[in-house]
Design a protein around this ligand. Structure first.
Ligand code: THU
Length: 155
């Protein structure tokens, strides 16, 4: 038998510790929550990606009365970026969420399905995607999407 351990390092930042680029992408993710369609969960998630051509693409969660038909903000955003700019790598992804008119204090983290999509996008573009998860109390900074999904499905 062999035992293996998985661990990864990430940063917890305060607003005033963010780089100019990180602040910009996070602000776009916060703005993106405004166009979320979330009448069922009332949980508005926004995401923004910074491409290597310096464009920022925004997206948000889009729900549907047939619940599983909706999609998370992360996948809406990454798929929109890949659909329109298939040869531009995503350098940075930021995520923010609000409910009851307030941004969450703790950052929200991508669901399992989104992590799988983020990992494959990273493999496809052959460069790391930095991730910022926004909360009013703290911001989580992750160096690469693959950190979020050990043993990701691949064949
Ligand atoms: N949601 C996202 O858009 N991203 C996440 O990281 C977690 C959850 C959405 C799905 C659903 O529309 C709502 O938030 C409540 O789960």
């Amino acid at each position: 038998m062999e035992n293996k351990t998985y661990s990864f390092e990430f940063e917890i930042l305060k607003n005033n510790e963010l780089s100019e680029t990180a602040s910009k992408v996070i602000n776009e993710a916060k703005k993106a929550t405004e166009n979320s369609y979330a009448p069922y969960s009332k949980f508005q998630v926004g995401a923004a990606v910074l491409l290597d051509n310096e464009l920022i693409i925004k997206g948000n969660n889009q729900e549907n009365i047939a619940y599983p038909s909706g999609l998370c903000a992360e996948r809406v955003t990454v798929f929109a970026a890949n659909a329109n700019f298939p040869s531009n790598a995503i350098k940075v992804l930021a995520i923010a969420a609000q409910t009851g008119g307030k941004f969450t204090e703790k950052p929200i983290t991508p669901c399992g399905a989104c992590r799988q999509v983020l990992c494959e996008t990273e493999q496809r573009q052959k460069s790391p995607m930095e991730i910022y998860l926004y909360g009013t109390e703290e911001i989580i900074h992750i160096k690469s999407a693959e950190d979020l999904l050990p043993l990701a499905f691949e064949f």
